[in-house]
Every structure is written in structure tokens, then in C-alpha cells.
Ligand binder design. Structure first.
Ligand SMILES: NC(=O)c1ccc[n+]([C@@H]2O[C@H](COP(=O)([O-])OP(=O)(O)OC[C@H]3O[C@@H](n4cnc5c(N)ncnc54)[C@H](O)[C@@H]3O)[C@@H](O)[C@H]2O)c1
Length: 364
């Protein structure tokens, strides 16, 4: 290596770009440039903060969803079916995707019962090929989806070392990888028409770690990153008509996922309230919705107090996040291979109890 290169690496010699700037201006240029950049940024930021305060006081305009085609994954039950009902009332055509055929049939009936248009497709979101194939089918049979709600989710609810590999894999397949495939399937036509909205149903668990939810929390953290990067990517490409919203609820009661979780300090949320809040976020094109909103403050405090305070708070708040309300039995101490699936008790996380669909793409 030449002396010149060595000096360049050690920072003693200017790089190819700084060489262009006259010696006497080098430091001044960067300082001046930084001052200008920061000033410009502050002006824009202050304008946006004033706009946001004004909108918070007078309210955000609500967009009309009539005529939209809304696809809700995991629409065969829980939060998905409640959102579908609300969107149908607002005039959307509803497309439901779920692995649970019975749940789909029930929700389709409910939506049609209130005069809505709805069809359901049995799809296993853990299978990329299923997603791409049924997406094409929906495009042909129903039309262009312009509201995509990635809502389906699963939870294992065991200590990491007690969680079989296939459940960890499934958590990531459904809770985050499926978002990649659905977005890749539906975003191009949204971009083409400069009209669309992608909603990610993540969780507060995407921002706060919880014992027994290692796979769930990491998949939800990935979902939070997915939404934010996608939003910035769309802005970067100048696509103004396609919005994204990230929804982070606390534990919800009566959907089936975390029914037995007894949280302290904060009561579990009503599933109807959460569904209303999601629809409000869609109509006002809110980028982030933390439910309840007070948790935004808790998230800021998280970085201001000593970490152990947060750790104790989370452990007190959620004594047991196991979705079935009891801890996995302890592993025998002298077990030769304590982590193999065969030594674990047979307890699949939801919705593996569901009968596998006969035909994945059957419309109900
Ligand atoms: N329930 C809560 O406390 C809570 C809290 C925060 C966030 N969330 C999130 O909200 C979303 C909805 O949760 P929910 O409470 O309605 O749960 P839920 O279990 O009632 O509903 C999830 C739906 O996803 C479907 N699903 C699961 N695996 C699938 C697969 N492989 N293919 C297709 N469909 C599949 C299920 O059949 C079910 O209908 C989830 O993403 C969840 O992580 C829930």
C-alpha cells in the first residue's frame, strides 16, 4: 500500500471529493453547509409541527372509502372481522383472507347481513406461493385492491428455549414475511394508479420486549420497521398517493389471541374500540396509531429512565404473556436433548387447531 493511500485511510489526506474544495474553504464549507442544512430542516419541521397542532385541535379530514376494495388478512375472526364489518358499512368491497374456513364463512355472512359486498379466500399466509396465486385470482375476480390490511398474526407464547423451531418459523412467516409478499403482490397496481393504502397491524410488543413472546415481539418489531421503511421508500420515489399506517395496540380482550393475559396498570382493550380506532387511522391517513395513545409517552420515557425500571415495569405489568394462561411445563433437568420438539408437550399455538383447508383458493 502506498504512503498516500495509508495517509488517506488514516484521515491525514483529503479524500477524492474534499480535494475539489479549496484548502482554505474545507472546514468553513462543511460548517456553513451544516448550518444551512439544519436551519432549513428546522424551518420545515416547525411548519409541520404547527400544522399537526392545528389538525389535532380542528381534526383531520376523513377520506371517503366508498368504492374501495379492502383486503383484510386474518379476516376470519378477531380484529380482522370487526374491521371488515366497519369498512363494509363505509362502502368498501371486502376481500377476506384466512386459513380458517369456518371463520371466513361466518364473517362473509355477517358482512353480507349488513348489506355489504364480501368474499373470502382460504389462504395460508405462511406460504408465499399461495399468497401470489390468490392475489392474482382476487385481481381477476374482484378487482384492484387499494386498501390492504396486513392483520393476520400468530403467537407461540412460550419461553424461547421451549418453543419448537417450526413455531418460531411460522411466527415470522405469518407476522412479517407475509407482509412482504402481499405488498409485493398489490403495491405495483397501487403505484400505477397512485392510489392505495397499506395498513400494518403490529403491536406495542414491536417496541417493548415481553417474556415468553421472544418470537412474537421480534416479528412485530420487524413489522414496525417494515412499515416505516416502506413509507420512506414511497416518499423517496415521489409516490404521493400511496399511504401506509402502522397500528400498535396493547393487549386486546375477546379476540382469542391474548384472552388470558392479565395485565396490571392498564386494562385490556375492547376489540370494538381497537377496530374503530384502526378505521379512524385509515380514514385520516395517520402514519402511526398507538392504542391507547398514552403509551406514546411511555415509549418516550423508555429511553429516559434507567433500563431496569422499564424491565421491572414490564414484568409487573404483564406477569404471564402466555396466550393460554399457563406456563409451559418445566423441562426435565436430566433430559438428554431438552430442546428437541419430541420432548416438548404437544401444544400448538393458534390457529393450528383449525382444520387445514381442503382447497386453498376456494372462495366462500
Ligand atoms: N389480541 C391482542 O391482544 C393483540 C394485541 C396487539 C396486536 N395484535 C395483533 O392484531 C392482529 C389480529 O389479532 P387478533 O387479536 O384478532 O387475533 P386472532 O387470533 O383472533 O386473529 C388472527 C387471525 O389470523 C388468522 N391466521 C393465523 N394464521 C394464519 C395463516 N397462516 N394464514 C391465514 N390466516 C391466518 C387466524 O385464523 C385468525 O383469524 C394480529 O396481527 C395480532 O398480532 C393483537
Amino acid at each position: 500500500m502506498s504512503i498516500e493511500t495509508q495517509e488517506y485511510i488514516n484521515g491525514l489526506r483529503p479524500g477524492p471529493l474534499t480535494r475539489e474544495i479549496p484548502e482554505c474553504m474545507r472546514d468553513k464549507y462543511t460548517v456553513l453547509q451544516s448550518i444551512l442544512d439544519i436551519t432549513l430542516f428546522l424551518i420545515i419541521a416547525i411548519r409541520k409541527v404547527i400544522q399537526a397542532i392545528y389538525r389535532t385541535i380542528v381534526g383531520y379530514p376523513k377520506k371517503d372509502l366508498k368504492g374501495n376494495i379492502a383486503l383484510v388478512t386474518g379476516g376470519g375472526g378477531g380484529l380482522g372481522s370487526l374491521m371488515a364489518l366497519r369498512l363494509a358499512r363505509l362502502g368498501c368491497t371486502i376481500v377476506l383472507w384466512d386459513i380458517n374456513k369456518q371463520g371466513l364463512e361466518d364473517t362473509v355472512k355477517l358482512v353480507k347481513g349488513i348489506g355489504g359486498q364480501c368474499c373470502g379466500y382460504v389462504v395460508d399466509l405462511a406460504k408465499k406461493e399461495d399468497i401470489y396465486r390468490v392475489a392474482k385470482q382476487v385481481h381477476l375476480e374482484v378487482g384492484r385492491v387499494n386498501l390492504l390490511i396486513n392483520n393476520a398474526g400468530v403467537v407461540s407464547g412460550r419461553y424461547l428455549l421451549d418453543t419448537p423451531d417450526h413455531l418460531i418459523q411460522r411466527t415470522f412467516d405469518v407476522n412479517i414475511l407475509a407482509h412482504f409478499w402481499t405488498v409485493k403482490a398489490f403495491l405495483p397496481s397501487m403505484i400505477e394508479k397512485n392510489d392505495g393504502h397499506i395498513v400494518t397491524i403490529a403491536s406495542m410488543a414491536g417496541y417493548v420486549g415481553v417474556p415468553k413472546l421472544v418470537d412474537y415481539c421480534s416479528s412485530k418489531a420487524a413489522a414496525c420497521g417494515f412499515d416505516e421503511s416502506l413509507r420512506l421508500e414511497l416518499q423517496d420515489r415521489g409516490i404521493t398517493g400511496v399511504r401506509t399506517s402502522l397500528i400498535c395496540p396493547f393487549f386486546i380482550r375477546s379476540t382469542g389471541m391474548f384472552d388470558d393475559v392479565n395485565s396490571r396498570f392498564l386494562p385490556q382493550l375492547s376489540s370494538n374500540d381497537v377496530a374503530d380506532r384502526v378505521v379512524h387511522a385509515i380514514r385520516t391517513e395517520e402514519p402511526f396509531a398507538f392504542i391507547p395513545g398514552i403509551l406514546r409517552i411511555a415509549l418516550c420515557l423508555r429511553w429516559l429512565v434507567p433500563y431496569q425500571v422499564i424491565a421491572d415495569f414490564v414484568r409487573m405489568m404483564i406477569p404471564d404473556a402466555s396466550p393460554v394462561g399457563h406456563a409451559a411445563p418445566p423441562t426435565p433437568p436430566d433430559s438428554p436433548s431438552p430442546l428437541t420438539e419430541t420432548t416438548l408437550p404437544k401444544r400448538e399455538s393458534r390457529p393450528l387447531s383449525l382444520v387445514p383447508p381442503e382447497r386453498h383458493d376456494r372462495q366462500v
